[in-house]
Design a protein around this ligand. Structure first.
Ligand code: ZN
Length: 411
């Protein structure tokens, strides 16, 4: 059977044998692209990846997918999104969305997931919302036609009363310690999100804020989360807030602006992942340029972050790609291209950047996607043209397969 890219999502051959003829393939291990590759899968799992000899025999039985003019890459993971928000910078729209009931934001979440899928993103990690609606969506049964993007959601984040965090969470009840609050929480999130610093200043370069919780409180909180089977992601900018989070045993540092080289070394040593969300700062700079505000501090902050990302790469820190999609000017799906470009700017190769968006994300997400190798899920995306067109070619993804099933096809 010869099935072209025209094969519809959910069409025949779903769980059966699949032979993909790829013009190029980047397997997500960090290495370069290989040309003329055949990927064989069955039951949703990759069985073999081999070089296609010119004029060689056609593949065995099953659907043949001709991606010979495409580059096949692992399905991507955006390790930091806010599904209930859009990237619209308009404050009125943003505050309305933030407080909207589940029924209202449900459509927004579905549209955001569709945008992710369209850009080759097969899994997202939600960093929290004021009403925990992304977690609620993740727990509810999805409509049959809904995008098959996997979600790991934090629900409502935790912050100290009176400090930053109300936009994405709540403080522990009065008189309750953070660890106690996590234990008593009836919500069962996929990961616990703790806010341990303020936001970055957009008017004063490098302004730091104090940690919201001290190292002991955070360590107790990580312990409480672990009892519930939840890893902890910590929003932290600045040396002291990041240090406390890393020492407490968090799984990942989110943002990590101005964390400094000592923290990077400590994270490399302890295997704590970093999700730098540099696209947010670039988006602020662009919004300010458009609206007549000075973009200088945002630009300077972005440059500083790119320098830290370069240091992280040298130090061997596990960097996972996360966009903070849903922040002002950071659009779901499309932001992955922006963040990937920034990783390249910081010195990552495209193969390495795809590893940040693949296996490194899967480490945080708990999945087995992100690497195209025998025994791994047949979860991949096809972008037009040769690998040199990445990451821009993610704007016109041709097909996305998840566990061997076609879940998105262009046109
Ligand atoms: Zn965020």
């Amino acid at each position: 059977m010869k099935a072209s890219l025209g094969m519809r999502p959910g069409a025949s051959g779903d769980r059966s044998a699949l032979a993909v003829h790829a013009g190029w393939l980047i397997d997500g291990s960090g290495g370069p692209a290989r040309a003329h590759v055949r990927l064989l899968a069955s039951e949703g799992v990759i069985r073999r990846i081999e070089r296609m000899e010119a004029g060689g025999p056609a593949a065995a039985a099953g659907a043949v997918v001709d991606l010979s003019r495409c580059t096949v890459i692992p399905g991507l993971i955006d390790s930091h999104v806010h599904l209930t928000m859009s990237g619209d910078p308009d404050d009125a729209i943003r505050s309305r969305l933030r407080e909207a009931p589940f029924e209202t934001v449900r459509g927004m979440i579905l549209a955001n997931l569709q945008a992710h899928l369209r850009h080759g993103v097969v899994a997202v990690r939600d960093g929290g919302g004021a009403r925990g609606n992304a977690l609620r969506f993740a727990r509810a049964s999805r409509p049959h036609a809904a995008p098959a993007v996997r979600i790991r959601a934090a629900g409502r984040a935790w912050h100290r009363a009176g400090r930053y965090g109300g936009l994405i969470g709540r403080p522990p009840a009065a008189g309750m310690a953070l660890a106690q609050a996590i234990r008593a929480d009836a919500e069962k999130p996929d990961q616990v999100k703790i806010v341990n610093s303020g936001l970055n200043s957009l008017t004063e370069f490098g302004r730091r804020t104090a940690p919201q919780f001290d190292a002991r409180e955070l360590a107790a909180a990580v312990h409480a989360a672990r009892e519930k089977g939840c890893p902890v992601m910590v929003h932290a900018n600045g040396e002291a807030p990041v240090r406390a989070a890393v020492r407490a045993g968090c799984r990942s540092v989110e943002h990590g602006y101005f964390m400094g080289s000592d923290n990077l070394a400590l994270m490399a040593e302890r295997g704590v992942a970093w999700v730098p969300t540099a696209a947010t700062m670039q988006a602020y700079a662009e919004i300010f340029e458009r609206t007549g505000r000075s973009p200088d501090v945002a630009r300077q902050t972005l440059d500083h972050q790119l320098d830290q990302i370069a240091r992280a790469r040298s130090a061997g820190v596990v960097v996972a790609l996360g966009t903070d999609a849903g922040s002002p000017g950071v659009h779901h799906g499309a932001a992955v291209i922006a963040e990937m470009k920034l990783l390249l700017q910081a010195g990552f190769s495209i193969g390495e950047a795809l590893r940040c968006a693949g296996v490194n994300g899967a480490l945080l997400h708990g999945g087995r996607e992100g690497l195209l190798a025998p025994g791994r899920p047949a979860t991949f995306a096809a972008v037009p043209g040769d690998p040199g067109r990445l990451p821009e070619s993610l704007a016109c993804v041709q097909a996305v397969f998840i566990d061997g099933r076609l879940r998105f096809a262009a046109g």
